[in-house]
Ligand binder design. Structure first.
Ligand SMILES: NC(=O)C1=CN([C@@H]2O[C@H](COP(=O)(O)OP(=O)(O)OC[C@H]3O[C@@H](n4cnc5c(N)ncnc54)[C@H](OP(=O)(O)O)[C@@H]3O)[C@@H](O)[C@H]2O)C=CC1
Ligand SMILES: N[C@@H](CC=O)C(=O)O
Length: 380
Protein backbone atom coordinates (compact mmCIF):
# COMPACT_ATOMS: atom_id res chain seq x y z
CA UNK A 1 0.00 0.00 0.00
CA UNK A 2 1.25 3.47 -0.91
CA UNK A 3 0.41 6.37 1.37
CA UNK A 4 0.33 9.92 0.01
CA UNK A 5 0.47 12.58 2.74
CA UNK A 6 -1.62 15.57 1.62
CA UNK A 7 -1.84 19.18 2.79
CA UNK A 8 -4.72 21.13 1.26
CA UNK A 9 -4.56 24.91 0.88
CA UNK A 10 -8.05 26.32 0.32
CA UNK A 11 -11.28 24.73 1.40
CA UNK A 12 -13.79 26.70 -0.61
CA UNK A 13 -16.03 25.15 -3.27
CA UNK A 14 -13.27 23.14 -4.96
CA UNK A 15 -11.25 22.24 -1.84
CA UNK A 16 -14.29 20.95 0.05
CA UNK A 17 -15.42 18.92 -2.96
CA UNK A 18 -11.93 17.44 -3.14
CA UNK A 19 -12.16 16.36 0.51
CA UNK A 20 -15.58 14.81 -0.20
CA UNK A 21 -14.14 12.95 -3.21
CA UNK A 22 -11.20 11.69 -1.11
CA UNK A 23 -13.55 10.38 1.58
CA UNK A 24 -15.99 8.76 -0.85
CA UNK A 25 -13.19 7.13 -2.91
CA UNK A 26 -11.61 5.30 0.05
CA UNK A 27 -12.60 1.80 -1.04
CA UNK A 28 -11.65 2.44 -4.68
CA UNK A 29 -8.27 3.79 -3.57
CA UNK A 30 -7.78 0.77 -1.28
CA UNK A 31 -8.30 -1.50 -4.29
CA UNK A 32 -5.75 0.56 -6.19
CA UNK A 33 -3.32 0.14 -3.26
CA UNK A 34 -3.17 3.80 -2.34
CA UNK A 35 -4.23 5.81 0.69
CA UNK A 36 -4.50 9.60 0.81
CA UNK A 37 -3.51 10.68 4.32
CA UNK A 38 -4.70 14.26 4.83
CA UNK A 39 -2.33 15.81 7.39
CA UNK A 40 -3.31 19.47 7.08
CA UNK A 41 -5.95 21.85 5.74
CA UNK A 42 -5.59 25.65 5.42
CA UNK A 43 -7.96 28.51 4.71
CA UNK A 44 -7.13 32.21 4.30
CA UNK A 45 -6.69 32.81 8.02
CA UNK A 46 -5.44 29.61 9.57
CA UNK A 47 -4.28 26.02 9.28
CA UNK A 48 -5.20 22.78 10.98
CA UNK A 49 -2.41 20.24 11.15
CA UNK A 50 -2.21 16.82 12.84
CA UNK A 51 0.03 16.72 15.89
CA UNK A 52 2.34 14.12 14.33
CA UNK A 53 2.56 14.37 10.53
CA UNK A 54 4.67 11.20 10.31
CA UNK A 55 1.95 8.91 11.61
CA UNK A 56 -1.40 10.65 12.06
CA UNK A 57 -4.17 11.90 9.78
CA UNK A 58 -7.28 14.06 9.87
CA UNK A 59 -9.78 11.21 9.75
CA UNK A 60 -12.85 11.14 7.50
CA UNK A 61 -15.24 12.17 10.26
CA UNK A 62 -13.06 15.16 11.00
CA UNK A 63 -12.76 16.10 7.31
CA UNK A 64 -16.54 16.01 6.83
CA UNK A 65 -17.10 18.13 9.95
CA UNK A 66 -14.51 20.56 8.65
CA UNK A 67 -16.31 20.76 5.27
CA UNK A 68 -19.60 21.41 7.03
CA UNK A 69 -18.03 24.22 9.08
CA UNK A 70 -16.50 25.84 5.98
CA UNK A 71 -19.68 25.56 3.94
CA UNK A 72 -21.43 27.48 6.73
CA UNK A 73 -18.94 30.28 6.07
CA UNK A 74 -16.97 29.90 9.32
CA UNK A 75 -13.21 30.05 9.80
CA UNK A 76 -11.17 26.93 10.61
CA UNK A 77 -10.23 28.74 13.82
CA UNK A 78 -13.74 28.05 15.16
CA UNK A 79 -13.69 24.26 14.57
CA UNK A 80 -14.75 22.07 17.46
CA UNK A 81 -14.80 18.39 16.58
CA UNK A 82 -16.32 15.22 17.94
CA UNK A 83 -13.58 13.17 16.28
CA UNK A 84 -10.68 12.07 18.47
CA UNK A 85 -7.97 13.48 16.17
CA UNK A 86 -5.11 15.32 17.87
CA UNK A 87 -4.36 18.46 15.95
CA UNK A 88 -2.94 21.97 16.15
CA UNK A 89 -4.63 25.14 14.93
CA UNK A 90 -2.24 27.77 13.62
CA UNK A 91 -2.92 31.34 12.64
CA UNK A 92 -1.64 32.74 9.35
CA UNK A 93 1.67 34.02 10.65
CA UNK A 94 2.65 30.56 11.97
CA UNK A 95 1.11 28.55 9.12
CA UNK A 96 3.85 29.15 6.54
CA UNK A 97 6.65 28.19 8.92
CA UNK A 98 4.71 25.07 9.90
CA UNK A 99 4.11 24.07 6.27
CA UNK A 100 7.80 24.45 5.46
CA UNK A 101 8.72 22.35 8.53
CA UNK A 102 6.29 19.63 7.40
CA UNK A 103 7.65 19.74 3.84
CA UNK A 104 11.24 19.50 5.12
CA UNK A 105 10.34 16.50 7.28
CA UNK A 106 8.18 14.60 4.77
CA UNK A 107 9.97 15.67 1.57
CA UNK A 108 12.99 13.58 2.43
CA UNK A 109 11.13 10.63 3.92
CA UNK A 110 7.61 9.65 2.84
CA UNK A 111 6.91 12.58 0.48
CA UNK A 112 4.17 15.20 0.51
CA UNK A 113 1.56 16.45 -1.96
CA UNK A 114 0.83 20.13 -1.32
CA UNK A 115 -2.49 20.86 -3.03
CA UNK A 116 -3.41 24.47 -3.88
CA UNK A 117 -7.16 24.96 -4.17
CA UNK A 118 -7.00 28.59 -3.14
CA UNK A 119 -7.48 31.50 -5.53
CA UNK A 120 -4.61 33.41 -3.95
CA UNK A 121 -1.18 34.65 -5.03
CA UNK A 122 -0.04 34.31 -1.42
CA UNK A 123 0.61 30.60 -1.87
CA UNK A 124 3.41 31.11 -4.43
CA UNK A 125 6.22 31.49 -1.87
CA UNK A 126 5.40 28.31 0.03
CA UNK A 127 4.80 26.35 -3.19
CA UNK A 128 8.28 27.25 -4.46
CA UNK A 129 9.91 26.27 -1.17
CA UNK A 130 8.20 22.89 -0.93
CA UNK A 131 9.27 22.07 -4.49
CA UNK A 132 12.86 22.74 -3.38
CA UNK A 133 12.32 20.43 -0.41
CA UNK A 134 11.53 17.46 -2.67
CA UNK A 135 7.72 17.58 -2.35
CA UNK A 136 5.02 17.40 -5.04
CA UNK A 137 2.62 20.25 -5.83
CA UNK A 138 -0.86 19.94 -7.33
CA UNK A 139 -2.75 23.06 -8.35
CA UNK A 140 -6.22 24.18 -9.32
CA UNK A 141 -5.06 27.73 -8.58
CA UNK A 142 -3.77 29.43 -11.75
CA UNK A 143 -1.98 32.28 -10.02
CA UNK A 144 1.31 30.53 -9.16
CA UNK A 145 1.87 29.47 -12.79
CA UNK A 146 0.94 32.91 -14.15
CA UNK A 147 3.25 34.86 -11.88
CA UNK A 148 6.73 35.94 -13.08
CA UNK A 149 8.82 33.72 -15.38
CA UNK A 150 11.20 33.28 -12.44
CA UNK A 151 8.41 31.85 -10.25
CA UNK A 152 7.19 29.70 -13.14
CA UNK A 153 10.67 28.28 -13.84
CA UNK A 154 11.07 27.35 -10.18
CA UNK A 155 7.65 25.67 -9.94
CA UNK A 156 8.16 23.56 -13.07
CA UNK A 157 11.81 22.77 -12.31
CA UNK A 158 10.87 19.17 -11.37
CA UNK A 159 8.18 18.34 -13.96
CA UNK A 160 7.46 14.91 -12.49
CA UNK A 161 6.50 16.50 -9.19
CA UNK A 162 4.01 19.08 -10.45
CA UNK A 163 0.47 18.53 -11.69
CA UNK A 164 -2.01 21.28 -12.63
CA UNK A 165 -4.58 19.70 -14.93
CA UNK A 166 -7.46 21.64 -13.36
CA UNK A 167 -5.88 25.03 -14.08
CA UNK A 168 -7.15 24.82 -17.69
CA UNK A 169 -10.52 23.27 -18.56
CA UNK A 170 -11.21 22.10 -14.96
CA UNK A 171 -11.29 18.27 -15.13
CA UNK A 172 -10.73 18.05 -18.91
CA UNK A 173 -7.45 16.39 -19.99
CA UNK A 174 -5.98 19.51 -21.59
CA UNK A 175 -2.55 19.72 -19.95
CA UNK A 176 -1.99 15.95 -20.15
CA UNK A 177 -2.91 15.90 -23.86
CA UNK A 178 -0.64 18.83 -24.66
CA UNK A 179 2.24 17.30 -22.71
CA UNK A 180 1.84 14.05 -24.63
CA UNK A 181 1.85 15.87 -27.97
CA UNK A 182 4.87 17.98 -27.03
CA UNK A 183 6.88 15.11 -25.57
CA UNK A 184 6.55 13.20 -28.85
CA UNK A 185 8.37 16.06 -30.62
CA UNK A 186 5.22 17.23 -32.42
CA UNK A 187 5.04 21.01 -32.60
CA UNK A 188 1.84 22.84 -31.76
CA UNK A 189 1.30 25.89 -33.96
CA UNK A 190 -2.22 26.98 -33.05
CA UNK A 191 -4.60 26.63 -30.14
CA UNK A 192 -8.07 28.08 -30.34
CA UNK A 193 -10.82 27.56 -27.83
CA UNK A 194 -13.45 28.65 -25.43
CA UNK A 195 -11.76 28.21 -22.07
CA UNK A 196 -14.09 29.80 -19.56
CA UNK A 197 -16.99 27.88 -18.08
CA UNK A 198 -18.41 31.15 -16.80
CA UNK A 199 -18.12 33.05 -20.09
CA UNK A 200 -19.33 30.01 -22.06
CA UNK A 201 -22.41 29.84 -19.84
CA UNK A 202 -22.89 33.63 -19.93
CA UNK A 203 -22.58 33.82 -23.74
CA UNK A 204 -25.00 30.98 -24.41
CA UNK A 205 -27.55 32.31 -21.88
CA UNK A 206 -27.45 35.94 -23.09
CA UNK A 207 -27.73 34.48 -26.60
CA UNK A 208 -31.05 32.99 -25.44
CA UNK A 209 -32.20 36.47 -24.41
CA UNK A 210 -31.51 36.37 -20.67
CA UNK A 211 -30.03 39.49 -19.03
CA UNK A 212 -26.30 39.45 -18.23
CA UNK A 213 -27.00 40.62 -14.67
CA UNK A 214 -29.11 37.51 -14.07
CA UNK A 215 -26.87 34.93 -15.73
CA UNK A 216 -23.67 36.08 -13.98
CA UNK A 217 -25.35 35.55 -10.60
CA UNK A 218 -26.55 32.13 -11.76
CA UNK A 219 -23.01 31.22 -12.88
CA UNK A 220 -21.72 32.22 -9.44
CA UNK A 221 -24.35 30.09 -7.69
CA UNK A 222 -23.47 27.14 -9.93
CA UNK A 223 -19.81 27.35 -8.75
CA UNK A 224 -18.44 28.35 -12.19
CA UNK A 225 -17.06 31.81 -11.37
CA UNK A 226 -13.95 32.86 -9.55
CA UNK A 227 -14.59 34.16 -6.00
CA UNK A 228 -14.89 37.63 -7.62
CA UNK A 229 -16.78 37.07 -10.93
CA UNK A 230 -15.02 40.13 -12.35
CA UNK A 231 -11.93 37.91 -12.69
CA UNK A 232 -13.96 35.99 -15.29
CA UNK A 233 -15.74 38.96 -16.89
CA UNK A 234 -12.50 40.95 -17.24
CA UNK A 235 -11.07 38.10 -19.32
CA UNK A 236 -8.25 37.78 -16.78
CA UNK A 237 -9.09 34.19 -15.81
CA UNK A 238 -9.06 33.10 -19.48
CA UNK A 239 -5.86 35.08 -20.01
CA UNK A 240 -4.27 33.11 -17.17
CA UNK A 241 -5.28 29.86 -18.86
CA UNK A 242 -3.91 31.15 -22.17
CA UNK A 243 -0.64 32.04 -20.44
CA UNK A 244 -0.36 28.59 -18.86
CA UNK A 245 -0.85 27.00 -22.30
CA UNK A 246 1.52 29.42 -24.06
CA UNK A 247 4.24 28.80 -21.45
CA UNK A 248 3.72 25.06 -21.83
CA UNK A 249 4.41 25.58 -25.54
CA UNK A 250 7.68 27.25 -24.56
CA UNK A 251 6.69 30.91 -24.94
CA UNK A 252 8.48 32.98 -22.30
CA UNK A 253 5.77 35.61 -21.94
CA UNK A 254 3.86 37.28 -19.10
CA UNK A 255 0.22 38.26 -18.61
CA UNK A 256 0.93 41.75 -19.95
CA UNK A 257 1.82 40.24 -23.37
CA UNK A 258 -1.76 38.98 -23.75
CA UNK A 259 -4.41 41.08 -25.47
CA UNK A 260 -7.49 40.91 -23.22
CA UNK A 261 -11.05 42.18 -23.80
CA UNK A 262 -13.02 43.02 -20.67
CA UNK A 263 -16.82 42.87 -20.46
CA UNK A 264 -16.99 45.74 -17.97
CA UNK A 265 -15.36 49.19 -17.77
CA UNK A 266 -12.58 50.13 -15.34
CA UNK A 267 -15.01 52.22 -13.24
CA UNK A 268 -16.55 48.92 -12.10
CA UNK A 269 -13.18 47.44 -11.07
CA UNK A 270 -12.43 45.86 -7.69
CA UNK A 271 -10.62 49.00 -6.52
CA UNK A 272 -13.80 51.03 -7.14
CA UNK A 273 -16.72 48.83 -6.04
CA UNK A 274 -17.30 45.76 -3.90
CA UNK A 275 -18.30 42.39 -5.39
CA UNK A 276 -21.80 42.85 -3.93
CA UNK A 277 -22.23 46.31 -5.47
CA UNK A 278 -20.97 45.02 -8.81
CA UNK A 279 -23.41 42.09 -8.75
CA UNK A 280 -26.38 44.15 -7.53
CA UNK A 281 -25.87 47.45 -9.38
CA UNK A 282 -22.90 47.42 -11.78
CA UNK A 283 -24.04 44.46 -13.86
CA UNK A 284 -27.46 46.01 -14.52
CA UNK A 285 -25.69 48.81 -16.41
CA UNK A 286 -24.11 46.25 -18.76
CA UNK A 287 -27.30 44.40 -19.74
CA UNK A 288 -28.26 46.68 -22.64
CA UNK A 289 -24.85 46.79 -24.32
CA UNK A 290 -24.34 43.03 -24.38
CA UNK A 291 -27.88 42.41 -25.60
CA UNK A 292 -27.26 44.83 -28.49
CA UNK A 293 -24.12 42.90 -29.42
CA UNK A 294 -26.05 39.62 -29.22
CA UNK A 295 -28.80 41.01 -31.49
CA UNK A 296 -26.28 42.37 -34.01
CA UNK A 297 -24.52 39.01 -34.21
CA UNK A 298 -27.85 37.23 -34.53
CA UNK A 299 -28.79 39.35 -37.58
CA UNK A 300 -25.69 37.87 -39.29
CA UNK A 301 -26.68 34.34 -38.23
CA UNK A 302 -23.90 34.41 -35.62
CA UNK A 303 -23.48 34.04 -31.87
CA UNK A 304 -21.02 35.64 -29.43
CA UNK A 305 -18.31 33.53 -27.89
CA UNK A 306 -15.36 34.46 -25.68
CA UNK A 307 -12.40 32.99 -27.56
CA UNK A 308 -8.74 32.33 -26.77
CA UNK A 309 -6.25 32.21 -29.66
CA UNK A 310 -2.58 31.26 -29.33
CA UNK A 311 -0.69 31.25 -32.62
CA UNK A 312 2.88 32.33 -33.34
CA UNK A 313 3.52 35.42 -31.25
CA UNK A 314 -0.24 36.09 -31.04
CA UNK A 315 -1.91 35.38 -27.71
CA UNK A 316 -5.29 37.03 -27.22
CA UNK A 317 -8.63 36.52 -25.53
CA UNK A 318 -11.87 38.32 -26.37
CA UNK A 319 -15.38 38.23 -27.79
CA UNK A 320 -15.83 36.97 -31.36
CA UNK A 321 -18.92 36.65 -33.55
CA UNK A 322 -19.02 33.08 -34.80
CA UNK A 323 -21.40 31.03 -36.94
CA UNK A 324 -24.05 29.27 -34.84
CA UNK A 325 -23.10 25.91 -36.32
CA UNK A 326 -19.32 26.20 -35.77
CA UNK A 327 -17.69 24.07 -33.02
CA UNK A 328 -17.47 27.10 -30.72
CA UNK A 329 -20.86 28.43 -31.76
CA UNK A 330 -22.53 25.15 -30.80
CA UNK A 331 -21.16 25.23 -27.24
CA UNK A 332 -23.75 25.34 -24.47
CA UNK A 333 -23.58 26.00 -20.75
CA UNK A 334 -20.24 25.70 -18.99
CA UNK A 335 -18.69 23.49 -21.68
CA UNK A 336 -15.19 24.36 -22.87
CA UNK A 337 -13.76 23.37 -26.23
CA UNK A 338 -10.11 23.43 -27.24
CA UNK A 339 -8.77 22.81 -30.74
CA UNK A 340 -5.09 21.96 -30.99
CA UNK A 341 -3.37 22.21 -34.38
CA UNK A 342 0.06 20.59 -34.65
CA UNK A 343 2.24 18.75 -37.16
CA UNK A 344 0.24 15.55 -36.56
CA UNK A 345 -3.09 17.37 -36.25
CA UNK A 346 -2.65 19.86 -39.08
CA UNK A 347 -5.85 19.73 -41.12
CA UNK A 348 -8.22 18.35 -38.50
CA UNK A 349 -7.35 19.56 -34.98
CA UNK A 350 -7.30 17.47 -31.86
CA UNK A 351 -10.49 18.57 -30.08
CA UNK A 352 -11.11 18.39 -26.35
CA UNK A 353 -14.60 19.29 -25.16
CA UNK A 354 -16.70 18.99 -22.02
CA UNK A 355 -17.63 20.67 -18.75
CA UNK A 356 -14.99 23.33 -18.11
CA UNK A 357 -16.05 24.59 -14.69
CA UNK A 358 -17.79 23.46 -11.53
CA UNK A 359 -16.55 22.32 -8.15
CA UNK A 360 -17.22 18.65 -8.83
CA UNK A 361 -15.36 18.27 -12.12
CA UNK A 362 -12.52 20.54 -10.95
CA UNK A 363 -12.03 18.59 -7.74
CA UNK A 364 -12.12 15.33 -9.71
CA UNK A 365 -9.31 16.71 -11.88
CA UNK A 366 -7.28 17.57 -8.78
CA UNK A 367 -7.84 14.13 -7.28
CA UNK A 368 -6.78 12.43 -10.53
CA UNK A 369 -3.61 14.57 -10.46
CA UNK A 370 -2.80 13.39 -6.91
CA UNK A 371 -3.24 9.74 -7.92
CA UNK A 372 -1.12 10.38 -11.00
CA UNK A 373 1.95 11.07 -8.82
CA UNK A 374 1.52 7.99 -6.61
CA UNK A 375 4.61 6.34 -8.11
CA UNK A 376 6.75 8.99 -6.42
CA UNK A 377 5.66 7.79 -2.98
CA UNK A 378 7.24 4.78 -1.25
CA UNK A 379 5.39 1.50 -0.50
CA UNK A 380 4.63 1.15 3.19
N1 LIG B 1 -14.73 26.52 -9.64
C1 LIG B 1 -14.25 26.08 -10.78
O1 LIG B 1 -14.97 25.69 -11.68
C2 LIG B 1 -12.78 26.04 -10.99
C3 LIG B 1 -11.90 26.62 -10.10
N2 LIG B 1 -10.56 26.58 -10.31
C4 LIG B 1 -9.68 27.22 -9.34
O2 LIG B 1 -9.84 26.59 -8.08
C5 LIG B 1 -9.47 27.52 -7.07
C6 LIG B 1 -10.49 27.49 -5.96
O3 LIG B 1 -11.72 27.95 -6.45
P1 LIG B 1 -13.01 27.98 -5.48
O4 LIG B 1 -12.99 26.80 -4.60
O5 LIG B 1 -14.16 28.23 -6.34
O6 LIG B 1 -12.68 29.29 -4.61
P2 LIG B 1 -13.30 29.68 -3.18
O7 LIG B 1 -13.24 31.16 -3.09
O8 LIG B 1 -14.60 29.00 -2.97
O9 LIG B 1 -12.26 29.07 -2.14
C7 LIG B 1 -10.97 29.57 -1.99
C8 LIG B 1 -10.41 29.01 -0.70
O10 LIG B 1 -9.05 29.41 -0.61
C9 LIG B 1 -8.83 29.88 0.72
N3 LIG B 1 -7.66 30.78 0.72
C10 LIG B 1 -7.58 32.07 0.34
N4 LIG B 1 -6.32 32.51 0.51
C11 LIG B 1 -5.61 31.49 1.00
C12 LIG B 1 -4.25 31.31 1.37
N5 LIG B 1 -3.37 32.32 1.29
N6 LIG B 1 -3.86 30.10 1.83
C13 LIG B 1 -4.74 29.06 1.93
N7 LIG B 1 -6.04 29.15 1.59
C14 LIG B 1 -6.46 30.36 1.12
C15 LIG B 1 -10.12 30.56 1.11
O11 LIG B 1 -10.17 30.70 2.52
P3 LIG B 1 -11.45 31.28 3.29
O12 LIG B 1 -12.39 30.10 3.35
O13 LIG B 1 -10.91 31.66 4.62
O14 LIG B 1 -11.97 32.42 2.48
C16 LIG B 1 -11.11 29.53 0.56
O15 LIG B 1 -11.26 28.47 1.47
C17 LIG B 1 -9.34 28.89 -7.76
O16 LIG B 1 -7.99 29.18 -7.93
C18 LIG B 1 -10.02 28.68 -9.10
O17 LIG B 1 -9.49 29.47 -10.13
C19 LIG B 1 -10.01 25.96 -11.39
C20 LIG B 1 -10.82 25.35 -12.31
C21 LIG B 1 -12.25 25.39 -12.22
N1 LIG C 1 -13.97 30.62 -13.27
C1 LIG C 1 -13.41 29.62 -14.11
C2 LIG C 1 -13.31 28.33 -13.36
C3 LIG C 1 -12.36 27.41 -13.97
O1 LIG C 1 -11.21 27.71 -14.20
C4 LIG C 1 -14.28 29.41 -15.33
O2 LIG C 1 -15.39 29.95 -15.35
O3 LIG C 1 -13.84 28.74 -16.29
Amino acid sequence: MKTIPVVLMGCGGVGRQLLHHIVSSRSLHAKLGVHLRVVGVCDSKSSIVVSDVLSMELDDKFLLELCQLKSNGSSLLTLSTTSGVEYQVLTNSDSTTKLIDIAALLGKSMGLALVDCSASSETIGVMKQVVDLGCCVVMANKKPLTSTMEDYDKLVSHPRRIRHESTVGAGLPVIASLNRILSSGDSVHRIVGSLSGTLGYVMSEVGDGKPLSQVVKAAKNLGYTEPDPRDDLSGMDVARKALILARLLGRRINLDSIKIESLYPEVMGSNVMSVEDFLDDGLLLLDKDIQERVNKASLNGNVLRYVCVIEGSRCEVGIQELPKDSPLGRLRGSDNVLEIYSGCYSEQPLVIQGAGAGNDTTAAGVLADILDIQDLFPEK
